[in-house]
Design a protein around this ligand. Structure first.
Ligand code: GLA
Length: 671
């Protein structure tokens, strides 16, 4: 991934007095009469927009029939944007195939696990394994790259859109054939190795020919877990192959234009193994939409920290978010006063060097006609548009932040592969949520004022003082060893229950739980004891008195010491939380599901506490400057120690910084 993340046209740099934080959004002019476009760019300039994404869903407009192309409108759009000092993130427009393609080639259409073929008429109606789709999509990419590769407005390529957002899993015939080929390569053409890896002797599933192997389509009972896991891996790889194929065309024709694709990092986006895609991209771009739940700003922070983790700490781009309500949730609340500004600055605080929205102008028709936008249905005289323009001004005042890296000394390990495997059926407790477990620990760290890098288990863990490993059910020997090495080197490691249980083939590690972490943690568990909703049990010790539910287990100490014990229940007196000194560090094991209060007390006990409550404080550092972001999500004014100048209002703070309720400050100081 290169550091130079957008090729800003000279006129845009000149207009903004240097490379700006990106500010803009999806722009779909093909959905409007050309007479609207001039008002668009006028208002974009008024709002301080400097980057727009064009053409995401434009395939059927660009290619109205096989062999017939219609680029004139796009020529005019790019010229108009450039003439108004607005750079373009040009989409490859392959996200949704035109009806003529899926009518002539219905085999392009994806098939769900039930064998139902998805129809044209929504979007992403294509199978990632379709060769026909691949051929037609690349023909489009070739045309766009050849025609616009030298356009002065072109700053960035935007491959497809949310690859896999809807079509991540296809169970059709094309996918079956591709899956068999993928498996042959993965198992070096050895059917014996595949049968062993999948333990197909269970339930009489042994394959005698590759052609017998199908995607894990609908079954009466639980499907083979390793077959499902390999199908998840295959499906993510198929999407990555589409990404790589489009990138190859773009690199060949426009080698100097950076390339990205927008990742689905809201609600922790599950279906793609993004850490295996990141190296193909010049820039990590994330989509995030606020949950309609309390503490939604904490999930936003998690998503932002995950984007930074995928970017290995480099700046990243928030490609899409909403200025207000979405339109795809069952209820789509508006944002509360000040929420948009807090959300945006939480992303910037956590490494976003650009903030873009879905979309510029609110649609009048189509499935997203009630989705919020930068320019709402009410027009430019609206409070929302004034808020958006004010945001543009705020971001312009923070341009110095560009490229500064977030300061974090805590890592939370997050693995899509383990997520796929941990939330399967046929588990000791089939109500566990990996994402919510990870988010729960993240939330406790957030409220303790700890800035967290959310990173894959394969990340470099050296330098972290705290490493949290929430429910890492599937882990490789290598990654487990890296966690142990970090503890030896001085880190405090916290591993939770149902971690280290299986190997990368979803086969249980024998000899006692928690398998891959047994030696590191100095414990051994012989039997899981998940709890029904009616069950709970008291523990006491490092957390103080606490009632735990959902999960507990009887922990035998090998060389760990008890840090909390069960007060009652079947395991009265036995350890529930343990600590083991390891080299210069230590390894904690949490064999129970703690509530937020108990987690907070545990973190306090291991000296991880920071300012409590709802003041979010994140620091970004460049070579010469430090930027402290203070975002007050609470309803009371808060004062903390600090010195510097607030880039947002110019106020100077000597020794203390007061942040009004719901307010934001970005306090800069020389290092
Ligand atoms: C996703 C898609 C956009 C749009 C938004 C709506 O991010 O990429 O095309 O549908 O959701 O929130």
């Amino acid at each position: 991934m290169t550091a130079e993340w957008i090729r800003w046209p000279a006129n845009v740099v000149a207009r903004f007095g240097g490379e700006p934080l990106a500010f803009g959004g999806d722009y779909n002019p093909e959905q409007w009469d050309e007479s609207v476009w001039r008002e668009d760019v006028r208002l974009m300039r008024e709002a301080g927009v400097n980057l727009v994404t064009v053409g995401v869903f434009a395939w059927s407009t660009l290619q109205p029939a096989p062999g017939r192309w219609n680029f004139g409108w796009l020529d005019r759009v790019l010229d108009l944007l450039h003439a108004n000092d607005i750079a373009v993130d040009l989409a490859t427009a392959t996200a949704s195939p035109p009806p003529w393609l899926t009518t002539r080639h219905p085999e392009v259409l994806p098939v769900d696990r039930h064998g139902r073929t998805m129809s044209q008429g929504g979007r992403q109606a294509w199978s990632p394994s379709s060769r026909v789709f691949r051929e037609h999509s690349l023909a489009l990419v070739e045309k766009l790259a050849a025609r616009y590769g030298e356009h002065p407005a072109l700053a960035l390529w935007h491959v497809s859109n949310e690859l896999g957002g809807h079509n991540s899993r296809c169970y059709g015939e094309a996918s079956a054939v591709a899956f068999q080929a993928w498996l042959r390569e993965r198992y070096q053409d050895s059917l014996d190795d595949l049968n062993a890896a999948w333990t197909t002797a269970a339930w009489s599933q042994t394959y005698s020919a590759w052609e017998e192997i199908q995607p894990p389509r609908l079954t009466f009972t639980d499907s083979n877990p390793t077959q499902m896991l390999d199908f998840d891996r295959f499906s993510s790889d198929q999407l990555r192959e589409q990404l790589r194929a489009e990138i190859a065309v773009l690199r060949r024709i426009t080698p100097d234009v950076p390339i990205t694709t927008n990742m689905v990092l809201f609600d922790a986006g599950k279906n793609m193994d993004y850490s295996s895609w990141a190296a193909d991209l010049d820039l990590i771009a994330s989509d995030h939409y606020l949950r309609p739940t309390p503490d939604a700003h904490v999930e936003l922070s998690f998503s932002a920290d995950r984007a930074r983790g995928l970017s290995k700490g480099d700046p990243w781009l928030l490609m899409e978010t909403a200025t207000g309500a979405t339109s795809w949730r069952s209820v789509n609340p508006a944002k509360s006063p000040g929420q948009l500004r807090r959300d945006v600055f939480s992303h910037v605080a956590r490494g976003a060097d650009g903030i873009c929205f879905f979309q510029w102008r609110a649609a009048r028709a189509g499935a997203e006609r009630f989705h919020s936008a930068m320019l709402p249905h009410a027009g430019a005289g609206s409070r929302k548009f004034r808020e958006v323009a004010a945001l543009g001004a705020d971001l312009r005042s923070c341009a110095g932040v560009l490229g500064a890296r977030v300061v974090a000394d805590c890592a939370l390990l997050f693995s899509e592969e383990s997520w796929w495997a941990a939330e399967r059926e046929s588990h000791p407790h089939n109500g566990l949520s990996y994402a919510e477990s990870a988010l729960g620990w993240y939330r406790s760290l957030w409220k303790a004022g700890v800035t967290v890098d959310v990173v894959p288990p394969s990340a470099d863990l050296s330098g972290y003082r705290l490493i949290v490993v929430p429910m890492l059910y599937l882990v490789s020997d290598r990654d487990a060893a890296a966690v142990a090495a970090a503890a030896d080197a001085g880190a405090t490691v916290i591993v939770t229950y149902f971690s280290g249980i299986v190997d990368p083939l979803d086969r249980v590690r024998l000899g006692g739980y928690p398998g891959a972490f047994r030696e590191l943690l100095g414990v051994r568990v012989e039997e899981f004891a998940p709890m029904t909703e009616a069950d709970s049990v008291e523990i006491d010790g490092v957390t103080g008195p606490a009632r735990v539910s959902t999960w507990h287990e009887e922990i035998d100490l090998t060389d760990a010491v008890a840090a909390a014990r069960y007060v009652g229940g079947d395991f009265a007196g036995a350890p529930a939380i343990t600590r083991a000194a390891r080299g210069a560090g230590e390894a904690w094991y949490v064999g129970v599901e703690l509530d937020a209060g108990a987690r907070a007390r545990l973190l306090e006990a291991i000296a991880q506490r920071g300012p409590e409550g709802e003041l979010e404080i994140v620091t970004r550092r460049s070579a010469g400057d430090e930027y402290v972001f203070l975002i007050n999500h609470g309803d009371t004014e808060t004062t903390v120690p600090g010195t510097g100048t607030d880039l947002l209002d110019g106020s100077v703070h000597e020794g203390k910084i007061t942040v009004p309720a719901g307010g934001v400050r970005v306090v800069a100081s020389a290092r």
